[in-house]
Design a protein around this ligand. Structure first.
Ligand SMILES: NC(=O)c1ccc[n+]([C@@H]2O[C@H](COP(=O)([O-])OP(=O)(O)OC[C@H]3O[C@@H](n4cnc5c(N)ncnc54)[C@H](O)[C@@H]3O)[C@@H](O)[C@H]2O)c1
Length: 436
């Protein structure tokens, strides 16, 4: 099948590449000319494990193309995916300008029946808005389908190729047949394609992200309470996670969730609830708690240094909002770095993949280390912000020798309390005993 993907970011590029891998001919469209040029020259603009191999295979076999020209991109396409940004507007609602502008253009450009698929995370009612925009200019038949994406950055290719489920919102039988054919190769193990109406599909995505953000936040509150009560959150986590109704995943406390999805999606769902006279109280609490949690370690750090951070040197391990990605959108690390710099401290940062993206924002306000040990040189303390596996089993002896002060503020609970005691570190983590 010939398909087009409009918007070639994290979701669009993975979607396009994976559908090429299942034998479709795909053209990815983006307005960012530099990005398109890079992709045409075989330079992948994002870090995503497993993407490179299938990208090059499909490009070589002529199934994957890139263009800035929407007309050229959608020519002959039976399915047109919209994987466009939906950033938060000033009032917290999802900003639909990118989607609606492309919808308007599509109305002029469509020459034959096509299925237009909203893959972006969009509020309930967007499929109707997109339909209206296209209808205003269209002279051919088309259907608009909601097909929210559930991939996780860092394992996006695997998630896309083997989805837990595929959600497709459409009331059109014609579109349903096309979408079933496209997704069948990805659900051969028996995972379901769930067909539903457009509105339910749109809400499903927000409900999933809001639920996961709430689960993390609940655990962060339990961790905060553990600190007050002298309990160990790791024990409590295992104690509840073994209950199959709760499950073991998404129970790890830390310095809050970040990324391009949870923060904006929780905010957008809260806003669209209030627009419909529903006060979604849990979501308001989740947002407030998460904001505080991100910089939860800062007061402890200030306490430790008797309120004065000026001239102090902090090593920061991890800049990406989570491991295996270079995405730094809403990353807790950046909130902490900002506060450290404002307090007059110096930051020596290291991340395996995300440093180039941080350089674009923070330029030379911080030192970008060669590796995790280089970051530690003469540091008064280490702050761990992202749980990259490479940080999990470091050479503690070497760390002690490099650091000016053997103090760790661990926002991701990477090390055991026993080990920290044995190695002689001062160690602050989340929801566990402080090692002094
Ligand atoms: N990133 C994720 O993990 C993830 C997961 C599931 C869903 N989503 C949702 O998918 C959508 C896209 O997210 P993303 O992370 O891929 O965003 P992104 O910012 O990485 O990519 C969006 C791309 O769209 C391009 N673009 C903007 N306007 C355009 C236009 N008029 N024509 C063509 N291209 C245009 C941008 O240049 C950019 O390359 C969002 O709604 C997001 O909430 C994201």
């Amino acid at each position: 099948m010939k398909i087009a993907v409009v918007g070639t970011g994290y979701v669009g590029l993975v979607t396009g590449t994976c559908f090429a891998e299942t034998g479709n001919t795909v053209t990815c469209v983006d307005i960012d000319a530099e990005k398109v040029r890079d992709l045409q020259n075989g330079k992948i603009p994002i870090y995503e494990p497993g993407l490179e191999a299938i990208f090059f295979r499909n490009e070589k076999q002529g199934r994957l193309h890139f263009t800035t020209d929407l007309k050229e991109g959608i020519e002959g396409a039976k399915v047109i995916f919209l994987a466009l940004p939906t950033p938060p507007g000033e009032d917290g609602s999802a900003d639909l300008q990118y989607i609606l502008r492309v919808a308007e253009d599509l109305g002029h450009l469509l020459e034959e029946y096509a299925v237009i698929v909203d893959k972006s995370t969009v509020p309930v009612g967007t499929a109707e808005l997109v339909t209206k925009k296209i209808t205003a200019n269209a002279s051919v038949e088309f259907d608009v389908v909601s097909n929210p994406e559930f991939l996780r950055e860092g394992v996006a290719v695997e998630d896309f190729m083997k989805p837990d489920r595929v959600v497709i919102g459409t009331t059109s039988e014609r579109a349903k047949i096309v979408m079933q054919k496209l997704y069948d190769p990805l659900v051969r193990q028996g995972n379901p394609i769930l067909f539903m109406d457009e509105r339910s599909a749109e809400l499903t995505k927000y409900a999933a992200n809001a639920f996961l953000a709430t689960k993390i936040t609940f655990m962060n509150e339990i961790a905060n309470l553990c600190e007050k009560l002298g309990a160990d959150v790791d024990m409590v986590r295992k104690g509840i996670g073994t209950d199959s109704r709760i499950g073991k995943r998404f129970l790890f406390p830390g310095i809050g969730y970040g990324g391009s999805c949870f923060p904006k999606d929780v905010q957008a769902l809260a806003k669209s609830s209030s627009d419909h006279d529903y006060d979604f109280k849990i979501l308001r609490a989740v947002m407030d708690i998460n904001l505080e949690q991100k910089t939860k370690l800062i007061p402890r750090i200030k306490d430790y240094f008797s309120g004065d951070l000026s001239g102090k040197v902090f090593a920061v391990w991890g800049l990406a909002f989570k491991p295996y990605t270079d995405d730094i959108r809403e990353a807790p690390a950046l909130y902490n770095i900002q506060q450290l710099l404002e307090a007059g401290a110096t930051v020596r940062a290291y991340d395996p993949e995300a440093m180039d993206n941080v350089k674009k924002i923070h330029g030379n306000t911080l030192y970008f280390a060669i590796d995790e040990y280089d970051a530690l040189k003469e540091a008064d303390a280490l702050i761990i912000a992202t749980e990259w596996p490479v940080f999990r089993t470091p050479d503690f002896e070497k760390m002690g020798e490099l650091m000016g002060n053997k103090v760790i503020f661990d926002g991701r609970n990477l090390f055991s309390i026993t080990e920290m005691k044995e190695k002689g570190f001062v160690y602050y983590s989340i929801g566990r005993e402080i090692v002094k």
